[in-house]
Write a protein that binds this ligand. Structure first.
Ligand SMILES: Nc1ncnc2c1ncn2[C@@H]1O[C@H](COP(=O)(O)OP(=O)(O)OP(=O)(O)O)[C@@H](O)[C@H]1O
Length: 380
């Protein structure tokens, strides 16, 4: 025993330049951890996965898996894609159309040097595990979307990879199939002992499938944390929107139990936060925690009362999301019955109220780029 920790996970310290785009990230993924990678279009999610798979070269930095370098620009190390112990699962499956399902799954083991019979044996095992044994002789075009996705998963796992890279693996499936394939995939990810990166645009999927989330924006990491932390305390406007919260940036003053925040875009909010906070902060407020009134509310239990004008309404499954312009702007979720009772329409003047206990105030995250500050609120 040397007493040194054994490095078995993935360590990423990477810069990739593609035209005018720069990806610049540093993070680690532990064995068995499923890291959800979220971010708006063009944030660099696919670029990151491509770099890990060896399909795009690093401009600077180093990637190590289990302590061994896959890429090390300074040392001149680059392991070619076919020699990386990496399982890939992409949205559009990329099964070979001319090969049977069995041969698609046997392809990886064959490429790794297994004999024809051994590779077919491995393929048969994985197809059985994924409930596809009876479809082994079919061609990909003869499979449903869910079956094809399972075949692609069998193909990714049959090479016994040390790292799994999943790029929106469920996006092409219809809602019902997606649900069952997701449950299946989750089971396999739990069994898989290595690190997994899971790119998705779907916040629910990220919450359900991933043990930790990493949010990329413009090639940089703007937030990392457990799904619960990210959902409760979003670091940027993009994350707040994703998890359905109002988010405001401002300057805090006052003590525990009554923190006053002067918002960047005008207006003031008061929080009953028990943790003393001062200086630059973010304030998260759920759309369901705001109430709308036509006349000025007389109930003094509302510490936050401000005026606004209805800008738009969107029907959600069981509520209506009302977009209100004011200081601050806000998204407010109310029932369809309340919309009717208040006779709300675009242009209606309203009063907004929120209890101080409903506002979560937290320090402005250090790792958030400072220039996000002025635009961080869902609303100005
Ligand atoms: N081959 C390329 N050459 C130059 N720039 C590229 C190339 N491929 C992608 N880019 C640019 O790199 C940036 C990141 O793209 P990437 O595909 O990694 O984003 P993404 O987060 O996966 O987006 P999406 O959610 O839309 O799939 C984008 O600005 C894109 O235009």
């Amino acid at each position: 025993m040397t007493g040194l920790p054994q490095v078995t996970g993935l360590e990423v310290d990477a810069v990739v330049r593609r035209g005018g785009f720069h990806l610049d990230v540093r993070f680690a993924v532990a064995p068995g951890e499923v890291l959800g990678v979220l971010g708006p279009n063009g944030a660099g999610k696919s670029t990151l996965l491509r770099a890990l798979a060896g399909l795009t070269e690093l401009s600077e930095g180093r990637l190590t898996l289990g302590g061994a370098a896959l890429d090390d620009v300074a040392a001149g190390v680059f392991v070619s894609p076919e020699r990386r112990p990496v399982g890939l699962l992409f949205q559009n499956y990329r099964l070979f159309p001319h090969l049977s399902v069995r041969d698609n799954v046997a392809f990886g083991p064959r490429r790794q040097g297994a004999g024809r019979a051994a590779a077919r044996g491995t393929a048969a095992e994985w197809l059985t595990r994924l409930g596809l044994a009876e479809l082994a002789e079919r061609k990909p075009a003869q499979l449903s979307g869910g079956q094809a996705q399972r075949a692609a998963l069998a193909r990714a796992l049959a090479t016994e990879p040390s790292l799994l890279l999943l790029d929106e693996p469920l996006a092409a499936l219809d809602a019902e199939t997606r649900w069952s394939v997701r449950a299946e995939l989750r089971r396999h990810l739990t069994d898989f002992g290595g690190p997994t990166l899971f790119v998705t645009h779907d916040p629910l999927e990220a919450m359900v499938m991933c043990s930790r989330l990493l949010v990329l924006e413009e090639g940089r990491i703007v937030q990392q944390g457990s799904p619960g932390e990210v959902a409760r305390r979003p670091a940027t406007r993009y994350v707040a929107k994703l998890v359905g919260l109002n988010l405001y940036a401002g300057a805090a003053s006052g003590g525990s139990g009554a923190v006053t925040v002067s918002l960047d875009g005008g207006g003031t909010l008061v929080s009953a936060s028990e943790t003393p906070v001062a200086g630059r902060v973010l304030v998260a407020l759920a759309p369901t925690a705001i109430a709308l009134h036509i006349t000025e509310p007389r109930d003094s239990s509302y510490r936050n009362v401000w005026r606004g004008v209805v800008e738009g309404m969107e029907l959600l499954t069981d509520r209506v999301r009302v977009s209100v312009a004011g200081h601050p702007d806000a998204l407010v979720d109310i029932t369809a019955a309340a919309v009717a009772e208040l006779s709300l329409a675009e242009g209606t003047s309203v009063w907004l109220t929120a209890k101080a206990t409903e506002l979560d105030v937290y320090p402005y995250p250090d790792h958030t780029r400072q220039d996000v500050g002025s635009s961080v609120g869902v609303n100005r």
